[in-house]
Design a protein around this ligand. Structure first.
Ligand SMILES: Nc1nc2c(c(=O)[nH]1)N[C@H]1C(S)=C(S)[C@@H](COP(=O)(O)OP(=O)(O)OC[C@H]3O[C@@H](n4cnc5c(=O)[nH]c(N)nc54)[C@H](O)[C@@H]3O)O[C@H]1N2
Ligand SMILES: Nc1nc2c(c(=O)[nH]1)N[C@H]1C(S)=C(S)[C@@H](COP(=O)(O)OP(=O)(O)OC[C@H]3O[C@@H](n4cnc5c(=O)[nH]c(N)nc54)[C@H](O)[C@@H]3O)O[C@H]1N2
Ligand SMILES: [Mo]
Length: 772
């Protein structure tokens, strides 16, 4: 085995030396959040642009917020200001007036860029000009769009096999861009379509597909408002989906109760001061969680199995009060096996796995048993674990017991991350699209798409690392820092003959470049898209399968920027020529033509162009949600049986989870504060329990290096973090992503979905030597 390259992003921002720690907050949002977002926005974009952009955020004739996939209220029910602090930050970030010019690249060699932090790179401003690095040269230089497309075409045609090219997608691409991109890739002859979903909700897709036959959530916003119980697992909505707090507030006003399950007492799960109401502005907030289960990392499967056990016991005591027998009989399969399995629960194992009191588990189970309309929400704290797929199926088991699918006020609610990650999948961004989809592509365009499954993100890194000379194309995103095992991922990218990054801002993926490398600057979602001389619009799908249009409003940051659709079609025309089965030029000239093809190819999108033209768009069909029909092998929803595993760690070892601060969007670091957790002017912190500090002989404020340990004996390191005494369960520590991604071994992934275990890495702490 080759040694694991040491992670490189070590340079510390100037401000990091000023790291300060204060008490954590116990409520989210409020007037301060609005003030902060306005201040940032004004500084980056100027007054007029700020007002125009923020007012068209999430409006029917405006653009879709790119900060998360939480749905918008129905057209008549939107606020004038339908955005949150972090949405405003995302808009300000895109509207940045600072510019990365060709002169910038002349001044900063690629080696220089490699010594910078991600925060510094993105802070340089918007990318304006297509840039190329040739033959391993020291600098990026300007290139024309046409020559850039030619260079990509030359590399693609020179490959021994189409499978030597890898096409990554980040979840911000519009449906139109995603559709033409997967078309380019399949017309070229491969299914190598890894995407950010592989690192995100892949476990959800796999788990739900096995249990209910569809890999998407079953609720609408109205269901959240009408639920009588909402369970929120492994999610930090105050930071990552702030508009969800408004929905939770409505639910609470309608009488709902909330259970939060999380190792950390996240502010937004405790209390919400809604900046859109007078009460919220005045700081008279809404209490969020009625019951907070401060679970140990990855204890969720055991917890949900205990819930199932307790629900069945309650039904036995009082028949006819807890289970939905009719639903179980008519719509499910495997109940008897499941019931037998959970009847025999090892209570001791549950307590060890969760770290919770049995009495508290019973209290939460009573809340579930006594509820008629339960919505289950979850995000990365569930999906990024070895056991993730089984955990999700275990949550579904409990929902099935009570018939909580396909009825008002109830259902399964995976909360997606990137604003269009779900739409990209619908459009065919997946390395394993079913034959029915590929058949429809063939029928529409008259070429035979490849059938063999392609590389996911992990396989892509392995393929690039194993042999030099591959081509990597990234449609948005920052693969170098988003992927696990940063050292290996970066080595893999640098091993490529060509890397192509379609981007809005500079990031680490531009610094770890192939021998030839292109940076292609794209329009962002807030900007007017005048491709082909007409005002184009795009469409997106939110976390609840609602599809609608998005129109950019502001002037593009630069004249040379091109839309993602235009860039993809440009690469395609250079690669295939103009006499090709796919009308690339027409597609780029009128996105309406792309929507016509989407309507004929993508399931559920019949008459797509007309439906998205309606105010508010339309909702994609979902058989379990719509009619309680389950497209599984048995034709019913599946109860499943999973073993409880209690992880045991060697002495002195801890479980590290990597998560987001309040001041970042994935690998984009807006600032160095994490206000709700009391962190200021720095990011290299490790949250650790007072008990672990004592036991390991450390104190709050000590500096440590993190060493991760993998089953094959390999070790990975990330250096110089400050320990912060925090209310996290004993044995479970937390630190920020992407700084800790070098610690996640490439082979540490969820069983069944291959999602990296970003929330579970075994680490030990070593004192950082002063001056080291
Ligand atoms: N402002 C902002 N918004 C964003 C993003 C962003 O970076 N910034 N990213 C977007 C994207 S792509 C995504 S996927 C989402 C991510 O949204 P989240 O999933 O909320 O993101 P994380 O910060 O990874 O937080 C995971 C939460 O899970 C908890 N957790 C960790 N391990 C466990 C466990 O074993 N069990 C349980 N029950 N909980 C656990 C953590 O304590 C934390 O509260 O947000 C999207 N929205
Ligand atoms: N350790 C750890 N690793 C993780 C996670 C974790 O919780 N812990 N979370 C995972 C998750 S959930 C996800 S989704 C991935 C995210 O992975 P990615 O989606 O790959 O990463 P982002 O940081 O969102 O990408 C940021 C870059 O996107 C580009 N960009 C922004 N807007 C646009 C646009 O409109 N068009 C184009 N073309 N480019 C644009 C900018 O250049 C910016 O630098 O990371 C994963 N990695
Ligand atoms: Mo994500």
């Amino acid at each position: 085995m080759s040694p694991i390259p040491h992670s490189v992003d070590h340079s510390v921002d100037h401000a990091e030396s000023e790291l300060r720690v204060t008490d954590r907050k116990t409520s989210a949002a409020g007037a301060k959040a609005v003030a902060i977002s306005m201040r940032r926005s004004l500084a980056e974009q100027g007054l007029v642009k700020t007002a125009r952009n923020l007012l068209s955020l999430n409006q029917v004739d405006g653009f879709d917020c790119m900060s998360c996939a939480w749905p918008d209220p129905a057209p008549g029910e939107r606020h004038t200001a339908e955005f949150c602090e972090n949405g405003a930050k995302a808009v300000a970030w895109e509207g940045d007036r600072r510019q990365v010019t060709p002169e910038f690249f002349a001044q900063h060699s690629i080696e220089d860029l490699k010594t910078r932090t991600g925060h510094w790179l993105e802070s340089q401003g918007r990318l304006l000009h297509p840039m190329v690095r040739r033959g391993g040269g020291t600098h990026y230089e300007p290139i024309s769009w046409e020559s850039a497309f030619e260079l990509v075409a030359e590399h693609l045609t020179a490959l021994a096999s189409p499978d030597d090219a890898i096409f990554y997608t980040s979840g911000r691409a519009s449906n139109e861009a995603a559709f033409v991109y997967q078309l380019l890739v399949r017309a070229f002859g491969t299914n190598n379509l890894p995407d950010c979903s592989n690192m995100c909700h892949e476990s959800t897709g796999v788990g739900l597909a096995e249990s209910i036959g569809v890999g998407k959530g079953t609720v609408s916003l109205r269901d959240i408002h009408e639920a009588d119980l909402i369970v929120i697992s492994g999610q930090n909505p105050g930071t990552n989906h702030p508009r969800m707090l408004s929905a939770l507030e409505i639910a609470k006003r309608n009488g709902a109760r909330i259970i939060a399950i999380n190792p950390l007492p996240e502010a937004g799960l405790i209390r919400f001061d809604n900046p859109q109401t007078a009460r919220g502005m005045a700081g008279i907030g809404t209490r969020i969680a009625d019951e907070f289960l401060q679970i140990r990392s990855d204890g969720d499967l055991a917890l949900w199995q205990a819930f199932g056990h307790l629900l069945l016991a309650a039904e036995e005591r009082d028949p006819g009060t807890v289970l939905d027998r009719e639903f179980i009989d008519r719509h499910t399969h495997g109940f008897a096996e499941y019931a037998a399995h959970v009847a025999d629960l090892d209570r001791d194992a549950v307590v060890r796995a969760t770290g919770l009191d049995w009495a508290q588990i019973e209290r939460a189970a009573d809340m579930i048993a006594g509820s008629k309309r339960v919505v289950n929400c979850w995000a990365m704290g569930i999906t990024q674990h070895r056991n993730a797929v089984n955990t999700i199926k275990e949550m579904v088991n409990v929902a099935l017991l009570q018939g909580m699918i396909g009825k008002p006020g109830a259902g399964l609610c995976p909360v997606r991350g990137h604003s269009n990650v779900q739409g990209d999948r619908t459009m065919g961004i997946w390395e394993q699209m079913p034959d029915s989809f590929l058949d429809a592509l063939r029928d529409e365009f008259g070429f035979e798409p490849p059938r063999e499954h392609g590389h996911d993100s992990i396989a892509a890194v392995k393929a690039m690392d194993a042999a030099p000379g591959k081509v990597f194309v990234g449609l948005g995103g920052n693969f170098a820092q988003a992927m696990s095992d940063t050292g290996v991922t970066e080595r893999a990218l640098e091993n490529c003959a060509l890397t192509v990054q379609v981007s809005t801002k500079l990031n680490r993926s531009h610094a770890v470049a192939g021998t030839d490398a292109l940076i292609l600057p794209a329009l962002g979602r807030t900007e007017k898209d005048l491709t082909g001389g007409r005002l184009q619009q795009v469409t997106v799908e939110d976390s609840m399968s609602a599809v609608h249009a998005s129109h950019g409003r502001s002037q593009p940051a630069g004249e040379l920027l091109r839309s993602e659709v235009d860039v993809v079609c440009g690469i395609a025309r250079a690669t295939f020529g103009d006499d090709h089965a796919v009308p690339w030029a027409e597609f780029a000239g009128d996105y309406g033509r792309i929507r016509e093809s989407i309507g004929r190819v993508v399931p559920g999108c019949e008459a797509y162009a007309e439906k998205v033209a309606r105010s508010g768009g339309f909702t994609l069909p979902h058989p379990p949600r719509d009619s309680r029909s389950f497209p599984t092998a048995s034709g019913r929803a599946e109860f499943t049986v999973s073993p409880i595993q209690v992880a045991t760690l060697p002495a002195g070892r801890l479980v590290l989870q990597s998560l987001r601060s309040h001041d970042q969007f994935n690998t984009t670091i807006y600032g160095l504060d994490d206000r709700y957790r009391g962190i200021h002017s720095g990011r290299r912190v490790v949250f650790i329990s007072p008990a672990d500090l004592r036991e390991l002989g450390f104190a709050d404020g000590d500096r440590v290096n993190l060493v991760s340990e993998w089953v094959d004996g390999s070790e990975r390191r990330a250096d110089d973090f400050r320990l912060v005494s925090y209310a996290t369960p004993k044995g479970c520590v937390a630190a920020y992503y992407p700084e800790t991604n070098p610690l996640v071994p490439l082979d540490s992934f969820a069983e069944g979905s291959r999602c990296p275990t970003s929330k579970w890495v075994q680490v030990r702490l070593e004192p950082a030597r002063a001056g080291a």
